[in-house]
Design a protein. Structure first.
Length: 453
């Protein structure tokens, strides 16, 4: 079953007294000696019952007022009597002395309001009261303070104010005070009359002061944030400039990428031409290596892998002889050599690899060297452009745009020169085939190398 409660609390804090608890430390700070100069300099002109006048100022130490020297007031031009008060005679007052613990002003008012209601002989609507505090004389207990509670009848106070001159017939135009019983230079406020005017002026003073303090805080924050905002604006401006530069350099970058792609293709073509195996040189090498009694029925060349199929008197000796050649490596037989009944020779299959530097014609080597030379020239021409485009500076854009067309124009010329050189190399006679004394392969039905059966 839920417990009904009218207490407004959040995390142990009473929300009804939260504002008072927040305001109390600031009031104590304003009364501190180091900050008291910020408080408003309020001077009240007090008229006594006998018609004399004197100047008084608020005294927060006793929650009342104290009398000041007229000569000191004349020397201070900033202090002016902007408010008026009237002192009540003692025959209109009832006094009561109390000892209370040292608590905040709002709590004192609540406790004394309850005490005044319980102690007054007047009705609640006719009650006027005020209080002031004294330092306790009990030295053994400094936690207590002496409070003087003063009571009066509102009806009789208003009658007294109506008899005073200079009030214009308005009894609540001035504040109403009562003197302390033990101090002639101290007084207390009887609430409910003209003190609202002074309190409004005090609130206005603190509001203006708070506004100035807030302005100072805002200016300090602005001073702290301004460098960051300036740097952020510079970064945004730099990003916009970089985006504009990137957009203007896009055509040059596209041409550079196209040139690099063409350069890669030229390199790949140079590798293919520089490692292309010449079948005529392979045939010449086999003609000089194979014995005369060896016959080839099949010659298959795949890249640098060669497969020979034929007949020989000793297939193992033939494999050893091929393996002794410097340009031949990885000699192996995919299948065993077989001698058919009644035959004097063995049927063999031998597979081997040729080295990379064997079988490349002079024309192909020159073409590959020319293509690689053009590729190196193009790379050297595009290197400054690549570094400039990576740095993304404004001066690098024209350099890239100027260097790319030159490289792009040289690439088609290199490709055309390479194609012409390759065509002339294909038409040129092979020196190995026309060399004197070279033994040509004999064929019987199918081309053979080494001799006929």
């Amino acid at each position: 079953m839920p417990i009904a409660s009218d207490e407004l609390k959040l995390f142990g804090l009473d929300l009804r007294t939260l504002w008072a608890e927040v305001r109390s430390p600031w009031r104590k700070l304003a009364r501190a000696p180091g900050w008291s100069w910020l408080a408003p300099r309020t001077v009240i002109s007090l008229k006594m019952a006998d018609g004399t006048a004197s100047e008084w100022v608020p005294d927060d130490a006793i929650h009342g007022f104290r009398k000041i020297d007229t000569a000191a007031l004349a020397a201070d031009d900033n202090k002016q009597s902007a408010f008026e008060a009237i002192m009540l005679p003692d025959d209109l007052l009832l006094r009561k002395k109390l000892f209370m613990p040292r608590i905040d002003g709002d709590q004192i008012k609540q406790a004394l309001a309850l005490e005044a209601m319980n102690s007054t002989p007047f009705s609640a609507g006719d009650l006027v009261w005020g209080y002031a505090t004294y330092p306790t004389e009990a030295k053994e207990d400094d936690s207590l303070m002496e409070v003087e509670l003063t009571l009066a009848s509102r009806r009789r106070v208003e009658q007294f104010l109506g008899t005073r001159e200079g009030l214009g017939g308005e009894p609540q135009s001035a504040e109403v005070w009562a003197g302390l019983s033990r101090r002639n230079d101290r007084a207390l406020l009887m609430t409910g009359f003209g003190e609202e005017k002074r309190e409004r002026a005090t609130r206005r003073h603190w509001q203006v002061l708070a506004g100035l303090a807030g302005t100072v805080v805002v200016l300090c924050v602005a001073m702290a944030v301004t460098p960051y905002l300036q740097l952020r604006a510079r970064v945004l401006q730099a990003n916009l400039a970089y985006a504009a530069l990137d957009k203007s350099a896009a055509p040059a970058i596209a041409k550079r990428e196209a040139l690099l792609k063409a350069d890669d293709q030229v390199k790949a073509l140079a590798d293919i031409i520089g490692h292309r195996l010449d079948p005529l040189q392979v045939i010449q090498m086999l003609t000089t290596t194979l014995p005369d009694d060896t016959m080839l029925n099949r010659l298959q060349i795949t890249d640098r892998k060669v497969l020979i199929v034929g007949q020989a008197s000793d297939a193992s000796a033939l494999m050893q002889k091929l393996g002794s050649k410097s340009e031949i490596r990885e000699v192996k037989a995919p299948s065993a050599a077989v001698r058919q009944p009644g035959m004097t020779k063995e049927a063999f299959q031998i597979e081997f690899q040729l080295t990379d530097d064997f079988g490349v014609s002079e024309a192909n080597a020159q073409t590959a060297a020319a293509l690689k030379g053009d590729s190196v020239t193009t790379a050297e021409a595009t290197a400054p452009a690549s570094a400039a485009s990576g740095a993304a500076t404004a001066a690098s854009g024209p350099v890239v745009a100027a260097s790319l067309p030159a490289g792009a124009a040289s690439a088609p010329q290199s490709a055309a020169t390479s194609a012409a050189t390759a065509a002339s190399a294909a038409k040129a006679p092979v020196p190995a085939a026309s060399a004197p004394g070279a033994q040509k392969p004999k064929t019987t039905g199918t081309p053979t190398i080494g001799g006929a059966r």
